[in-house]
Design a binder for this molecule. Structure first.
Ligand SMILES: Cc1ncc(COP(=O)(O)O)c(C=O)c1O
Length: 393
């Protein structure tokens, strides 16, 4: 057999469906409500800080585990908000986005045969992250409409091989915000089985209806077995900057930093300087961010309901999961392709968030991190969409 093929690892997962939808959308000139990046400007103060850093010739490698001002800011803000002491030198590692933070963490802690518990529907990177790091994923399903999990099903997913559980709250794609009680249940299992919680909290500040974000690191006994992952992308609308970080217990930091160093050396140095400025923005910014997104959420919820989607109201993050059963398509991928080609709106097929694609066959995810004009444009295009039965007359 020819050796001019991809590795076994690389053939175990497919290309990102989200990026495929973005490409199709560009081809057909539609409205992109698939990939979660904002189409509005980032705060001026952080753009100015980035320009200032480049003009000041912050152009060479930063310290591999992250420029001190950003690491200190990450530690300071987490301690201030949640009352858990974080020591920048021992616990914070800056990476190229939370994507690399997750990958470096997984590669740093997983041995072949280790199991990792993943809630589904999941952010689509977690599957490939598990495969690339050699982990065996164990999936536990979050069930609509509340996206709750069955504590017995979760307990059954843990065993002596369980190395870690991945949590994402506020959650992509469901908009679920894990409650303290749910996190207590997860934490008890982590303590029982000596497992690590890897908590992707990238939507920390994008949270609605008075919900509170609870980092699992704040639950009793969890700060020394939790890796918290976060970044600038969503909070400051700079998904292209590629700055994220881990907050890890000192016992894991060395391994994460080594892997990170050999994967990417470091995140963009001038943008790390701007990151430190971003984290010092007064709290009003975060309140406004959440209020603006809540308004956008309500706008898109109304649009989608009017166009016959069944919607699951998100309590955080900037996505709406929908059910598309009323449109009579064979599956979600066929519907998503139809929607982008014939209607002109790109969304993500639900199956890309499930291990067993049948579970996502009638689902579709829209994002609302978009300007009002963009959402209105989508609204107009969706006028052409008709549920089964209606267009027969
Ligand atoms: C849950 C989740 N984690 C991580 C990321 C990627 O973040 P970053 O830009 O920091 O790599 C995303 C982006 O959509 C996400 O939804």
């Amino acid at each position: 057999m020819s050796k001019l093929t991809g590795s076994r690892k690389a053939t175990q997962f497919t290309e990102s469906v989200i990026r495929e939808m973005t490409r199709l959308n560009e081809m057909y000139g539609g409205v992109n409500l698939s990939q979660g990046f904002p189409d509005f400007p980032a705060p001026a103060v952080i753009k100015e800080a980035a320009c200032a850093a480049i003009n000041a010739d912050v152009n060479q490698y930063a310290v591999t585990w992250g420029a001190r001002p950003l690491r200190e800011a990450v530690a300071r803000e987490f301690s201030r908000r949640y009352g858990v002491r974080v020591v920048a030198d021992e616990q914070v590692t800056v990476c190229c986005g939370s994507t690399e933070a997750m990958m470096s963490t997984m590669l740093a802690i997983i041995d072949p045969g280790d199991e990792v518990v993943i809630f589904e529907p999941f952010y689509e990177n977690y599957g490939p992250d598990a495969i690339l790091s050699g982990a065996t994923p164990r999936y536990v399903t979050l069930r609509e409409p509340g996206w709750t999990f069955d504590p017995d099903e979760l307990a059954a997913a843990f065993n002596e091989k369980t190395k870690a559980i991945i949590i994402n709250t506020p959650n992509n794609p469901t908009g679920k915000v894990f409650s303290r009680e749910e996190l207590e249940t997860i934490a008890a299992l982590c303590r029982k089985w000596d497992a690590i919680a890897i908590s992707d909290e990238i939507y920390e500040h994008i949270i609605y209806d008075g919900q509170l974000h609870v980092p699992i690191a704040t639950i009793e006994g969890m700060s020394d077995r939790t890796v918290t992952i976060n970044g600038l992308s969503k909070t400051y609308s700079v998904t292209g900057w590629r700055v994220g970080w881990t907050i890890s217990p000192p016992s894991l930091t060395g391994a994460i930093r080594k892997v990170h160093d050999f994967l990417t050396v470091g995140a963009p140095a001038p943008l790390q300087e701007a990151g430190a400025v971003a984290l010092a923005i007064p709290d009003d910014y975060y309140r406004k961010l959440a209020a603006d997104y809540q308004r956008r959420r309500d706008v898109l919820l109304e649009i989608l309901e009017r166009h016959h989607f069944t919607v699951y109201k998100p309590l955080g993050a900037y996505y709406i999961m929908t059910d598309i059963g009323t449109f009579g398509f064979a599956d979600d991928v066929e519907f998503a392709r139809y929607l982008v080609k014939d209607i002109g709106v790109a969304a993500v097929p639900g199956s890309s968030f499930y291990k067993n694609s049948a579970n996502g066959r009638t689902k579709l995810r829209f994002c609302f991190c978009k300007r009002d004009e963009t959402l209105q444009d989508a609204d107009q295009r969706l006028e052409k969409l008709v549920p089964v039965g209606v267009h027969l007359h």
